[in-house]
Design a protein around this ligand. Sequence first.
Ligand code: DQQ
Length: 558
Amino acid sequence: MLLTWKPPMEISVIWVVGFCVLLVAHGAQASSHESSRNLQETDQPYRTGYHFQPPKNWMNDPNGPMYYKGVYHLFYQYNPYGAVWGNIIWAHSVSYDLVNWVHIDHAIYPTQPSDINGCWSGSTTILPGEKPAILYTGIDTKNHQVQNMAVPKNLSDPLLREWIKSPYNPLMTPIDGIDPDLYRDPTTAWQGPDKIWRVIVGSQIDGHGRAILYRSKDFVSWTRIDSPLHSSGKTEMWECPDFFPVSTRSSNGVDTSSQDKYTKHVLKASFNHHDYYILGSYKPANDNFSVETNFMDSGMDLRYDYGKFYASKTFFDRAMNRRILWGWINESDSESDDIKKGWSGLQSIPRTILLSETGKQLVQWPIKEIEKLRFKNLSFHDKKLKSGSVLEVPGITASQADVEVSFELPNLEDAEILDPSWTDPQLLCSQKKASVRGKLGPFGLLAFATKNLTEQTAIYFRIFRSNHNYIVLMCSDQSRSSVREELDKTTYGAFIDMDPRHENITLRSLIDHSIVESFGGEGRACITARVYPKLGNSRASIPVCIQQWHLKCQNLKA
Ligand code: DQQ
């Protein structure tokens, strides 16, 4: 088994302005997936230390995550021949803790007429008797998208190294009005009380996103049901749908086939470069999914992540009774940069995913296991900061860190009035960048900042007032993240469903060389950014420097 550890890296810039704070910062050790980590800070400054990455080449969607006989499995869309999308197969990695991973032989690659032109995304279902089965999209000899099955060759191998394809493939084909180019990504299947299996496949019919529903008694012979599980007139193609229950009364995850009066169902679809979800009530008797809101229909615009995060997939971790979410985080640099780097694509830190206390949305949090990578802990409690003052975490520099901050805000009455036309949080963050001083904010964290602040990635909040309510805006501003040009430096934003009169505003950010994964309001809003600091991403770079909203820099040595 190949596990290597890089010497611990240290922490980043903390920027905290004007309020009472509790701040905890942890340097994070690398969890390694390969042996060449010592190259990282010189030749490969943007390779991550504790995010999932294959040693080289292109990676996109997470596929078929599962727990089997004490081992976590992650498959993913992979190009074995280069750092750009193409030649897609299922690569396979295994782990005992979801943190340290070992890459093993590829699981599924073109061998049959039904997948000869590619093995695209899909999911795993654990059938009765602890028998995993993969359903995946194959690209057939006519370049049509069809759905195939593969099962392990040897069920007594917990690493499930070899997979055999069903002789009945393809099991589902694009007939009866289905566009063969828009028909893919089967979900984990679920079994109703009638013991019949159900699965959905993403598609677009008559220009609209649709989850085509199939049923099967034996998992091999699948019948399409006339009515889709769900469709939406306001979106186009749905990629990588996911459909699963969440508990309304417990913080445990729920198995995909479970359903009772204490569950709600989540339907997630990937479109417009984001993963959107809706909540509803599902009745297996007639496969009716009655939704609370539809995609793109309400002001809620529920997304797993308001930054980069796509084609995600959840699984029920029966070992720990939780549901875990993985998402693909793509690059923000150019294709030629990726070719030079020799790789492209990360997976998010696995996140537990739950229904919020209000029942109106999901909340996410990095899995507990990631905390074992914390190495150097620094904490500040009850710091009272005047407006305009700053707090630094000295003694640490950083490209790897796990930072938690909690802001207690007095004088909320000072908050700026929210103009009713400011309904788009991303636009609002783009207009009110980190450098624009408001009445209550920005306050937050600066990652990868250089001494003169030429480079900085700002994750921050602003508070607004709207009638008698307060609105919390969370932003991730990449506009000054690198002196390098030709990068996508889009600013991201989200409103957080919380009342700052009754709770502190919290932020947790996982910083790792070229990614900042941020969880605001205890995971009610998540924003992931990819950044490529040129000056602020090495141990040799200028020590920690704290910025505040006047752009003054306290030139303190780390
Ligand atoms: N990626 C796969 C497709 C899926 C898309 C191909 C989403 O199956 O729809 O690599 O990123």
